[in-house]
Design a protein around this ligand. Structure first.
Ligand SMILES: C[S@@+](CC[C@H](N)C(=O)[O-])C[C@H]1O[C@@H](n2cnc3c(N)ncnc32)[C@H](O)[C@@H]1O
Length: 303
């Protein structure tokens, strides 16, 4: 769930320690500076120049070049400038109905809660890689991420979509219908914790392949424990917003949501029942892909 408020926290995020770590964050080999005289700036070797050209060619804008330069010099991660975000978006295969839903949601209160197209694409790909048949979503809002998952499911697939807000669900259901996937989605209009417990009461333990959690941050540990029972060994539980605009890394921030996510992150790091991968892209003003962090947990054993 990207938020415009991420802008405020972006500057609080830790910076890479060196040009090498900056390059690693760019997914590239470290940039190697060649010796230079005291009066001239460091020169880059051939591979560094190639990388720089490759990064710069994604946009000719000065803003992007400046961001690359900052990243190269280790001052900052590669920021998602407007042209670079447009470029990323133009490389997302977004279903036209998802696009329409995004447009309608943009005019609504809370629109910043919607996952980004790039994040939804990653969720859909995880579902496809797993060959998932049975999925759960906690926190539907107007349905963007749930629709992306439902579109990735086979005809026989099923998604349990948990949401407490009826007005949001009305929008979501309209788009499920339009996209022709309503038959795959079982909407649970209730508190998510009650819906998850009732699935367990109905004997559905270890029968789900994939779960995505994007709701009430104070409940993360509880959602995780319930989903660990519902998901099969080898299945995935994906937890959104694990960086919480950078607040988790600030010891002076101790509101309940931040503490809950911080505690969850600490616990899951040590949890031998799951493999984990925390993913994030840089946190750029309003141009967010997975800027707020997302932890992918793979269940290893029955609890
Ligand atoms: C961040 S939004 C979800 C965004 C959604 N994944 C998307 O891509 O559009 C969180 C949603 O969780 C819902 N929510 C919060 N607490 C909840 C709870 N305890 N039970 C069910 N839904 C809850 C909110 O009403 C809100 O719609």
């Amino acid at each position: 769930m990207p938020r415009l408020a991420a802008a405020a926290a972006a500057s609080a995020l830790p910076l890479p320690r060196s040009p090498a770590s900056a390059a690693r964050r760019l997914g590239a080999a470290p940039l190697r500076a060649l010796p230079s005289s005291a009066s001239s700036p460091p020169r880059l070797d051939a591979s560094a120049c190639r990388l720089r050209r490759r990064l710069c060619s994604s946009s000719s804008s000065a803003a992007t070049a400046a961001a690359v330069e900052e990243a190269r010099s280790g001052r900052k991660q590669l920021g998602m400038t407007p042209p670079l975000y447009d470029y990323l978006l133009s490389n997302v295969r977004e279903h036209p109905i998802l696009r329409d839903l995004r447009d309608e949601t943009a005019a609504m209160r809370g629109s910043q809660m919607q996952v980004s197209p790039a994040q939804a694409q990653l969720l859909a790909m995880l579902v496809q890689i797993l060959g998932a048949q049975r999925c759960i979503e906690v926190g539907v809002f107007t349905g963007y991420s749930s629709l992306a998952v439902a579109l990735a499911l086979p005809e026989s697939g099923r998604l349990v979509a948990c949401e407490r807000d009826e007005r949001c669900l009305e929008v979501a259901k309209k788009y499920y219908q339009r996209a022709g996937v309503a038959h795959k989605i079982d909407v649970k209009h209730a508190l998510a914790v009650d819906s998850l417990r009732s699935l367990l009461d109905c004997g559905e333990a270890s029968s789900y392949d994939f779960a995505f959690v994007d709701a009430d941050k104070r409940m993360y540990e509880e959602y995780f424990e319930l989903l660990l029972k519902l998901v099969r060994v080898g299945g995935l539980i994906v937890m959104d917003n694990v960086l919480w605009y950078g607040r988790v890394a600030d010891p002076l921030v101790d509101d309940r949501k931040t503490v809950s996510i911080r505690d969850f992150n600490k616990k899951v790091l040590e949890d031998k029942r799951v493999d984990i991968s925390m993913v994030s892209s840089s946190v750029p003003l309003k141009y967010v892909s997975i800027g707020d962090g997302m932890t992918i947990c793979r269940k290893l054993v029955e609890p």
